[in-house]
Ligand binder design. Structure first.
Ligand code: ADP
Ligand code: ASP
Ligand code: MG
Length: 407
């Protein structure tokens, strides 16, 4: 007998038929004698619609009210799945984040999980009840509803698995595992039987949506066994494991892309100490994360500072930088949301050279201009025009020899 957390993403609970299918899967595990807790996302598309409503009313809306709105999608599916489970004879009840409780910090819209008090859930599982927890949501220090950032139900699942000391955290989704790149963009992408926490973390952080970044970070820290598998087909999935489980480390194990970033350039910023600190302090104060950064010093003593922020934060970034314009003394702020970040990831990069060259060469051969470059120990990322996203990902997948058999 094992204790399992099963998480179902948006497409897996997109309508009542799919919710019935999910209930059947959960029932199977219960009948196999396992203790099961379930985490659900909102129905596919629902969170996007809720986010749009907030933005339409006010682009600089109150993040606390945004959370109140966007957390509702998961409330619906947790109740519906509990009903579907009861209908097939499985004892179940829904749990909202605040009921568990899932305690978070107060960073509304991207809150961090601080603790899950899982004792009551463990007790219920012990007597055969299936808790169905609404993913994505928690309760902040002031008692208000918080959400964990887009894709945050994965984090809810891993955090719950850690809290109840589950043997496994199974993430059911609309693909049957983790691939060398998004199989929707590259049909010749190959399924990875296993991938290291480190590589998965890096891939997720640069846009591979199959697992949310912080969920991988937490799984790695707490040693939660994560498996990604299809909620539509009975097929073996992909396991996220320790690096030392690999005999040979692949040079490049995956390619990821993200269209979630926007490029911001501050034109002609005075080149003096403290300017970068002021720019990034202002952004941090507004809870805006900055990713890639480049700075070029011109002959006239001014500099152009370019960086990327999440597209969802662009309005906030422009607002806050507009307010400190006189203090900073820059000439103009240029914002470009039509960019994509393309990244190659592999632990083999630690010991091999030439990975970046292959990337630049492959992009050049397709006539794709590189706007910004950033690297880490096991990753190289470039920013390109969003129009070239698919072309760039496919070219790199081929260039690193990752293509599987055609068809
Ligand atoms: P869910 O709603 O179940 O959480 P997501 O849409 O968040 O599902 O994540 C699954 C999607 O991730 C897939 O449909 C696929 O398009 C995308 N994806 C991106 N990169 C990869 C990858 N390397 N392997 C598998 N899927 C990927
Ligand atoms: N429903 C949330 C989202 O779309 C959380 C999740 O699906 O993981 O971002
Ligand atoms: Mg997801």
């Amino acid at each position: 007998m094992a204790r399992i957390v099963m998480k179902f993403g948006g497409t897996s609970v997109a309508d009542l038929d799919r919710i019935r299918t999910v209930a059947g899967r959960v029932k199977r595990e219960v009948e196999a004698g396992h203790e099961v807790a379930v985490v659900v996302s909102a129905m596919a598309g629902v969170t996007n619609g809720l986010v749009r409503w907030c933005q339409e009313l006010s682009p600089l809306h109150d993040a606390r009210e945004y959370d109140t709105v966007v957390a509702t999608g998961e409330q619906v599916t947790s109740g519906l799945l509990a009903i579907a489970l009861q209908a097939v004879g499985v004892e179940a009840r829904s749990w909202q984040g605040w009921q568990v409780p899932v305690r978070t910090d107060g960073a509304h819209g991207k809150a961090r999980v601080e603790a899950i008090e899982g004792e009551e859930l463990v007790r219920r599982m012990g007597v055969g009840q299936v808790p169905v927890m609404a993913g994505f949501q928690g309760i902040g220090p002031l008692g208000r509803v918080t959400t964990l950032g887009r894709g945050g139900s994965d984090l809810s699942a891993v955090a719950l698995a850690a809290a109840v000391k589950a043997d496994r955290c199974d993430i059911y989704t609309d693909v049957d595992g983790i691939y060398t790149t998004d199989p929707r963009i590259v049909p010749r992408a190959r399924k990875l039987e296993r991938i290291s926490y480190e590589e998965m973390l890096e891939l997720a952080s640069v846009g591979a949506k199959v697992l949310q970044t912080r969920s991988v970070e937490l799984a790695m820290k707490q040693r939660v066994r994560v498996q990604v598998l299809s909620s539509f087909e009975d097929k073996p999935g992909s396991l996220v494991v320790d690096e030392d489980e690999f005999v040979e480390q692949p040079l490049v194990s995956g390619i990821a892309y993200s269209r979630d970033d926007a490029k911001v350039t501050l034109r002609r910023v005075p080149d003096r100490p403290g300017i970068a600190a002021s720019v990034f302090d202002a952004l941090a104060g507004a809870n805006v994360n900055v990713d890639m950064i480049v700075q070029n010093v011109g002959a006239d003593g001014s500099t152009d500072m370019t960086f990327t922020v999440g597209k969802a934060d662009l309005a906030r970034a422009e607002d806050v930088l507009g307010r400190v314009r006189d203090e900073l003394g820059y000439e103009a702020l240029l914002a470009d949301p039509e960019v994509a970040k393309i990244s190659v990831v592999g632990i083999g990069m630690r010991s091999h050279t030439g990975v970046a060259n292959t990337m630049f060469r492959a992009l050049a051969e397709k006539g794709i201009n590189i706007q910004v470059i950033s690297t880490s120990e096991i990753k190289v990322s470039v920013l390109v025009s969003a129009d070239y996203t698919e072309l760039a990902v496919r070219a790199l997948h081929t260039a690193y020899g990752l293509d599987g058999p055609a068809g």
